[in-house]
Design a binder for this molecule. Structure first.
Ligand code: F6P
Length: 351
């Protein structure tokens, strides 16, 4: 960093964790604003792996031209945790030594931001930006990627309604949401789900079956049930996840538990309704970002650069109401933001 009144920075940028739409919009905003400031900006490939491997390139306007509406992340991503392997955390933090970086912006969810938080706590110049289609980072109303994901899921529910009603079937729709049911709740609300199962609300198989039978008795001969992959249903046997699906942050591959499939079988057995299951999977986080995500990512990216200039280490920009505010990473990580139960109760009125 130069010592003039307008400090110049050699700034690093990375994206970590699961990809989602809007990451490129955030990258573009950080790069464009940094270049306007006269700074050098280094893009690190594949999250914290890029920091460990010193795998980076200097970014120019050309790199970010045309990426605003592109899904995924042009920097690549990984679920590498530098604290996982002995010596790696020391290697990661040495990126700030000598001719290394003056500052780093890490874009990610709870896992990536927890590494950023630790680096900041150890005195390093790090700012975070919250993204995750799960929308479960504390301190922000919206994370980059969530709006695009629920838009996609809602569209899928619209499509599934026509085929469910034509065949008079129950349709179980399994969506992502490891620790929190934001995707299921908001998309279920917008897409007219007849039952929503999320990790935050204890669900009983008998209750689900009872509601479906009740709908049938009312002459409603099809039903859409949206379920978060991380939910639990009392009365439905638990399944083990395949060990091969776990990542460095210790997360197992929840889709391998086939919760949607097992619920569909139980519905067919318990109600006699012909039942189909749709696992939306990674379609939910692919493709172009929504308008909302493009604007949010751009605002967060520009604000993060301003925070670097103001040396707001250990903070992230966050959307609260209509405002972008600065939230300490210590508040953002460690626990997941759960679905507001009053929101779930609104959705429940329509079950
Ligand atoms: O990023 C969070 C998330 O979308 C979770 O909802 C889901 O469990 C997980 O990613 C799956 O991601 P991957 O298949 O990349 O491990």
């Amino acid at each position: 960093m130069s010592s003039s009144e307008q400090p110049t920075f050699k700034l690093g940028l990375l994206t970590g964790g699961g990809d989602c739409p809007g990451l490129n919009a955030a990258i573009r905003a950080v790069v464009r604003k940094s270049i306007i400031n006269g700074w050098q900006i280094m893009g690190f490939r594949n999250g914290w792996a890029g920091i460990l491997e010193r795998d980076y390139f200097e970014m120019t306007d050309r790199h970010v031209s045309g990426i605003l509406n592109q899904g995924g992340t042009m920097l690549g991503t990984s679920r590498t945790d530098p604290r996982k392997t002995k010596g790696n955390y020391e290697k990661a933090r040495s990126i700030f030594e000598g001719p290394g970086l003056d500052a780093l912006i890490a874009i990610g969810g709870d896992d990536t931001l927890s590494v950023a938080n630790q680096l900041a706590a150890d005195g390093h110049p790090v700012v975070g930006i919250p993204k995750t289609m799960d929308n479960d980072v504390q301190g922000t109303d919206y994370c980059i990627g969530f709006d695009s994901a629920v838009t996609r899921v809602t569209e899928a529910l619209d499509f599934l309604h026509t085929t469910a009603s034509s065949h008079h079937r129950a349709m179980v729709v399994e969506v992502m949401g490891r620790d929190a049911g934001w995707v299921a709740t908001i998309a279920g609300l917008a897409g007219g789900a007849d039952y929503i199962v999320i990790p935050e609300v204890a669900a009983q198989l008998d209750d689900i079956l009872g509601r479906l039978n009740m709908r049938r008795d009312q002459g409603k001969d099809f039903s859409i049930i949206v379920i978060s992959e991380g939910a639990r249903i009392e009365g439905l046997e638990e399944a083990e996840a395949r060990v091969s699906g776990s990542d460095e942050f210790g997360h197992v591959d929840l889709s391998s538990k086939e919760l949607g499939r097992r619920l569909a079988n139980a519905i067919e057995d318990g109600t006699g309704m012909e039942t189909r299951v749709t696992v939306l999977g990674h379609v939910q986080r692919g493709g172009p970002p929504s308008v909302f995500d493009r604007v949010l990512a751009t605002r967060l990216g520009v604000t993060a650069v301003r925070m670097v200039r103001n040396q707001r280490w250990g903070y992230m920009p966050a959307l609260q109401g209509r405002d972008i505010v600065e939230v300490p990473l210590t508040q953002a990580v460690g626990t997941n933001r759960k679905v507001d139960l009053d929101l779930y109760e609104v959705a429940e009125i329509f079950f």
